[in-house]
Design a protein around this ligand. Structure first.
Ligand code: FAD
Length: 400
């Protein structure tokens, strides 16, 4: 008999898991808290073993076709002079600009549609408020009032997962790494082409402008500052925080701030990671950012979401004993996640220098890293380790 599986969260990890479980014959329901499909998000990349998983899903080509078109990245000074440049063609598939660069919303849509084709069903605008594990199943109560029973529940709810809190009994909030980031979309300017531009200003500030396939420009503004409560402010005040901090940053910042004022998709966060010592309890498990958020600085969050989904579905396909499947999933994934969460500890300081001297030093280091002789250093600095581990072959793609 088909197992009934509930997955919560319909972004990257949830739909990827739904794809594999539905393909393996489970009856899969995906529950998303937002009232409808969430289309937001900026440029994300898929690297290393994440690419292998996408290939096994048969989705690598469509992701390529819907990519952002970014061909590289330039580090520029206040006059827009290039201090260092990393072209994707020279630095390979996992370079600073990965071969697979796509907007998060576009990737999520591809995954939702692919999992629907495999038979997964989606419900929006609801979430779990309570659950109890009894008699070989999980009884869940939903916010909307429904009570249902499943053979297993997997939370793929992102970094702020409320089911993680219900499951582990305490709040495992993100461990901040001392960076605030704002993401939003602005009209494309004359200088915005297919090559992304990164500008660093004194005071630990940077502005990254990246192309998309919709004729607009995606902005990431980063501020190096220890957590000081900005994360708890209302959205409009968070806008003001960034406007205030970047007012004298120079370069093209005035037009970026003009775009920020008008942006409808302004999103602000304190960058952090989730480190917890177990990812499951009985028949309930965590995956993706809910289990191990890496923060955007590693460039690995989406790849780990895809890899985790494949491994979890693979282990669940080997046995009906959920606790055993979850233990095996954790054994395979722990070392992969540890590697993915790792980033050079000098990374935030190097990428967000405080002084003009620090910025000059950054440009010198990056110019050196961009030379052919030391390309692997650059790869490490921006992309983590491109040589991922061998993935177990669960034969989940037998029906391809
Ligand atoms: C709107 C959005 C924009 C993003 N933009 C970027 C970006 O610009 N750059 C970047 O590097 N990363 C971004 N991310 C994060 C990136 O998607 C993840 O780091 C990575 O892909 C792993 O995805 P995930 O599915 O584990 O978690 P997430 O992508 O965070 O998705 C979690 C999903 O679960 C839903 N959810 C939350 N709580 C519940 C609940 N209790 N019940 C049911 N559903 C719930 C959320 O609405 C969301 O759809 C964004 C995520 C979202 C949701």
């Amino acid at each position: 008999m088909a197992r009934r599986i509930l997955i919560t969260g319909a972004s990257v990890a949830g739909p990827a898991l739904a794809f594999w479980l539905a393909r393996a014959g489970d009856e899969v329901t995906v529950l998303e808290r937002a009232p409808a499909f969430r289309d937001g998000g900026q440029n994300i990349d898929i690297r290393g073993v994440g690419r292998t998983v996408l290939r096994r899903m048969g989705l690598e080509q469509v992701v390529k076709e819907q990519g952002t078109g970014e061909t590289g990245i330039r580090f520029v000074d206040e006059r827009d002079k290039t201090c260092a440049q990393f072209d994707q063609a020279e630095f390979g598939v996992d370079g600073p600009t990965a071969e697979l660069e796509i907007l998060r919303g576009d990737l999520a849509r591809i995954l939702v549609e692919a999992s629907r084709r495999e038979g997964a069903t989606y419900r929006y605008g609801d979430h779990i408020t309570e659950f109890e594990q009894q008699g070989g199943g999980v009884g869940v109560t939903l916010f909307g009032g429904t009570r249902e029973r499943f053979d297993a529940v997997i939370a793929a709810e992102g970094i702020g997962s409320s089911t993680r809190k219900l499951l582990l009994g305490r709040d495992h909030d993100r461990e901040p790494i001392g960076l605030y980031m704002a993401y939003f979309t602005i009209p494309r300017g004359h200088g915005d082409g297919d090559v992304a531009r990164w500008y660093a200003a004194p005071g630990g500030r940077s502005v990254l402008l990246r192309p998309d396939r919709y004729g607009t420009t995606r902005v990431v503004m980063t501020l190096r500052e220890a957590p000081c409560g900005y994360e708890d402010l209302p959205l409009e005040e968070q806008r003001e925080v960034m406007i205030h901090h970047f007012a004298d940053a120079g370069w093209e910042t005035p037009r970026v701030l003009e775009g920020l004022r008008a942006a409808e998709d302004f999103y602000f966060e304190t960058v952090g990671q989730v480190h917890i010592d177990r990812w499951s309890e009985g028949r309930i498990a965590l995956t993706g950012d809910a289990a191990w958020a890496t923060g955007p600085i590693t460039g690995m969050g989406t790849s780990l979401g895809l890899i985790g989904a494949y491994v979890l579905a693979g282990e669940m396909s080997r046995t009906r004993d959920m606790p055993n499947a979850f233990a095996a999933y954790e054994r395979v994934m722990r070392p992969i996640v540890q590697k993915g969460q790792d980033y050079p500890k000098f990374g935030p300081r190097l990428l967000q220098p405080s002084t003009r001297f620090g910025i000059a030093f950054q440009h010198t280091v990056l110019a050196f890293a961009a030379t052919p002789a030391v390309r692997s250093v650059a790869g490490k600095l921006f992309a983590g380790d491109e040589n991922g581990p061998d993935l177990p072959d669960y034969n989940l793609d037998a029906r391809i």
